[in-house]
Ligand binder design. Structure first.
Ligand code: GDD
Ligand code: MN
Length: 394
């Protein structure tokens, strides 16, 4: 009656529906049964259900595996070293062979019957069909004011940051949708956060969108996995997309600047200012050691340089430092960093004089420009010289 799974793997099928699960042992069986009955009516043998479970402590994956003999269209991916809704969905899509990619929650909060409406929307030519709580026939069952507020607030924030992406659908937070494989390349999707639909809208080539109203059901069993961390991830996700899309993103792709490193380098620089000031105070202040100014300043600067080196080595350039371990190599990096910083200091004084004495710039503004220029110099030369990874190990 049914084809065997081995045959299914070889033959491309129509629908690849991914079900991400984490501790859904009490829901998975019902869901697989309902989905199989529905799909056997409309596209028998022409779909695959892929459960992607992240080693749930409640053994969801084991239960899912035990269902395979009864439901041969089912596959189970048991991930042992990864956690996360979006990465789970993407991995499922990569394993699947379907022409249409889809996702549905594993907790029965997404009513399975809606799937048929989504399928017919795709059949009618949509590239993407989204189940939405915010159009006719849509809604949420019994949500508190605070939950509604948070959900809408998140959507609003997204609309402000990425109007052209989130504005295309009424429910961009939906995790229940189908999309043409040809309109997205799972490899291009960035697996950060919970909201995979936003990623599909932003990076896919989606022309026609259809929406189907649905009521988000109350959870009957198990718990939601959403935590505060997910809200932070969401914000991070929005900002990352903002930076990688549009004109700014295209420029950055052509000109890949190490912005993250530079920000870290700048922050470390600020700690250096603090160290320098403190040491200078300790050595030079009349109430403390009262040493001479020049001697105190040289020591203060040197301590700050060592402080900055330590932070940069352990944080800013950590990945590069890990490729060149050992005391000898660390010492060499410290020496180079020290020299670059001292040259930077000389440049700083030179530039300040040039701007102030020759160009007539106000001395504070001149100092600001000099600091900015030297920070760039320090960063760049240190990246290219002090932390450079050489092919040949001398
Ligand atoms: N594999 C895997 N790994 N699955 C996960 C993980 C994970 O780390 N975290 C959650 N899941 C699974 C859950 O087991 C469930 O099947 C589904 O992802 C959704 O997780 P819930 O924790 O139930 O989320 P929710 O109900 O609060 O939020 C849902 O609400 C939206 C409506 O705005 C999201 O899942 C959206 O997809 C949904 O549309
Ligand atoms: Mn849920």
């Amino acid at each position: 009656m049914h084809t065997t799974p081995e045959v299914n793997h070889l033959v491309d099928c129509y629908l690849c529906l991914v079900i991400p699960t984490y501790n859904e042992s009490r829901n998975i069986k019902d869901l697989i049964r309902t989905l199989s009955h529905l799909l056997n009516e409309v596209i028998p043998h022409n779909y695959e259900l892929i459960v992607v479970d992240d080693n749930s402590p409640d053994n969801t994956w084991k239960i899912a595996q035990s269902l395979i003999p009864e439901y041969p269209q089912l596959q189970v991916i048991h991930r042992q070293h990864e956690r996360g809704l979006s990465t789970a969905v993407i991995q499922g899509w990569q394993v699947g062979t379907g022409k249409i990619l889809g996702v549905i929650d594993g907790d029965l909060q997404h009513p399975p019957e809606i799937l048929l409406k989504l399928l017919s929307a795709i059949e009618q030519g949509a590239d993407l069909a989204v189940a939405s709580r915010h159009i006719e026939d849509g809604g949420v069952s019994d949500w508190s004011m605070i939950r509604r507020f948070l959900s809408r607030g998140a959507q609003l924030l997204g609309l402000v940051i990425l109007p052209n992406v989130l504005g295309r659908v009424s429910d961009p937070m939906s995790g229940y949708f189908l999309v043409h494989h040809s309109a997205v390349n799972p490899q291009d999707l960035n697996p950060l956060g919970y909201k995979i639909l936003i990623e599909v809208l932003a990076r896919g080539n989606i022309k026609q969108i259809a929406e189907v109203g649905y009521v988000f059901q109350e959870r009957q069993a198990g718990k939601s996995k959403v935590s505060w961390k997910h809200y932070l991830d969401y914000l991070h996700h929005l900002i990352r997309l903002r930076l990688s899309l549009g004109r700014l993103g295209k420029l950055r792709q052509r000109l890949p600047l190490p912005i993250k490193r530079f920000i870290r380098f700048g922050l470390v620089g600020l700690t250096g200012v603090f160290v320098d000031m403190s040491v200078l105070y300790l050595l030079h202040d009349p109430t403390t050691l009262a040493w001479g100014l020049t001697r105190s300043k040289i020591i203060a600067a040197e301590v700050a340089i060592i402080n900055n080196f330590a932070w940069n080595d352990a944080w800013t350039f950590r990945d590069l430092a890990l490729q060149q371990q050992g005391w000898g190599k660390s010492l060499k990096r410290l020496l180079k960093f020290n020299i670059v910083c001292l040259v930077g200091l000389a440049l700083n004084v030179l530039l300040l004089n040039l701007l102030f004495n020759i160009l007539g710039v106000h001395y504070l503004l001149a100092n600001l420009i000099a600091i900015a220029a030297v920070t760039l110099w320090n960063f760049w030369i240190n990246l290219k010289l002090s932390w450079r990874v050489t092919e040949v190990d001398k």
